[in-house]
Design a protein around this ligand. Structure first.
Ligand SMILES: [Zn+2]
Length: 336
């Protein structure tokens, strides 16, 4: 079985169609696939791209990870309020913030249908990885969703939902989540705290969102975004030169944990120096550094024979597709 890219259509309609004015890439999957088809080796083959296999993720899968009361809101009348909050579309004065319902061509609630469809892709990415050794899903990576709320554009936590489903189905017992998105995988860390079957590692901007959230929430409880991952690697502004060596050290540390049955990798493009989301400007990796990042993780997992389920995760603006094709060409041409 060969390594593959998995594409689901319609999981992420442009936010603008919902009236949301956040600079997402126009169509990252299309741009990535276009670049790969132009590769002389890959362009001649058609066996590296697959689509949905009919997998579905439902309410019971969400309830295995999230607060049942929160899940009830998502499936009931509370959905629109959740989405306004998760996408930060209301400011502190109650006014619309980067949100203009007048330009919307789809209802806001329709976003959740795309989310559920997209969750099935994260699950299928895992089952394909188990069979093939490597699968890269052109979606997924909603690592900011917590037990009882979502934030940072993440409604529910897809990698944890997929892993708990695979565990429930008896496909796997243990997993690693390697998160190299620019933002800390705060929801993932909090959701898996104390769960020794899921080991988390996050390499992220040392400062800024979500680490600049208050240490305590309104009830005086520790804010769950401050929960540490099993391994955290905070990179401060100007430390880009030490990014790859520190990633290598962290992988070595991760390798001391028992070998898992699968690894999910959140390969966000938002550490890229040309990312357009203002909150990522403290981390500015070059294309070469991002390629090295992904190669190191890929080689590390291959050496341990750990099946690899990669998710696209964050990436904003016109150039957010650029970091992926070089690594994917490499991964697709090297059988596991
Ligand atoms: Zn991010």
């Amino acid at each position: 079985m060969n390594p593959v890219i998995l594409r689901y259509e319609g999981t992420r309609p442009p936010l603008r169609e919902f009236g949301i004015l956040i600079p997402t890439a126009r169509n990252r999957p299309q741009q990535i696939l276009g670049a790969l088809r132009a590769d002389p080796m890959l362009g001649a083959r058609a066996d590296w791209l697959i689509g949905p296999d009919g997998s579905t993720v439902g309410r019971a899968d969400l309830e295995r990870v999230h607060d049942p009361a929160y899940v009830e809101r998502l499936f009931g009348d509370g959905l629109e309020a959740v989405l306004l909050s998760v996408y930060e579309l209301i400011d502190e004065h109650g006014a619309h913030h980067r949100y203009d319902p007048a330009i919307a061509t789809r209802p806001l609630s329709g976003m959740f249908d795309g989310t559920l469809h997209g969750l099935a892709g994260t699950l299928q990415c895992g089952t394909e990885a188990l069979r093939r050794g490597f699968c890269f899903y052109l979606g997924g990576g909603s690592h900011h969703a917590h037990y009882a709320f979502g934030h940072g554009f993440c409604v529910v936590n897809d990698s944890v939902i997929a892993i708990r489903r695979l565990q429930h189905d008896g496909e796997i017992r243990s997993a690693w989540i390697i998160d190299v998105d620019a933002h800390k995988g705060d929801g993932t860390a909090a959701l898996t705290l104390g769960d020794e079957s899921i080991i988390t590692m996050s390499v992220h901007m040392a400062h800024g969102w979500p680490l600049d959230l208050p240490e305590h929430d309104a009830d005086g409880q520790p804010h769950p975004s401050q929960v540490p991952s099993d391994i955290d690697v905070p990179i401060a502004a100007g430390e880009e030169g030490s990014y790859v060596p520190r990633l290598a050290d962290a992988l070595e540390q991760l390798g001391r944990y028992p070998r898992p049955d699968i690894a999910y990798v959140l390969a966000g493009a938002d550490p890229y120096e040309h990312d357009e989301l203002p909150s990522t400007r403290d981390l500015r990796l070059s294309l070469d550094q991002l390629y090295e990042r992904d190669l190191r993780i890929h080689r590390f997992l291959r050496r341990l024979s750990v099946p690899q389920a990669w998710l696209m995760a964050g990436g904003y603006g016109e150039r957010a597709w650029e970091p992926y094709p070089p690594f994917l060409a490499h991964a697709l041409l090297h059988r596991s």
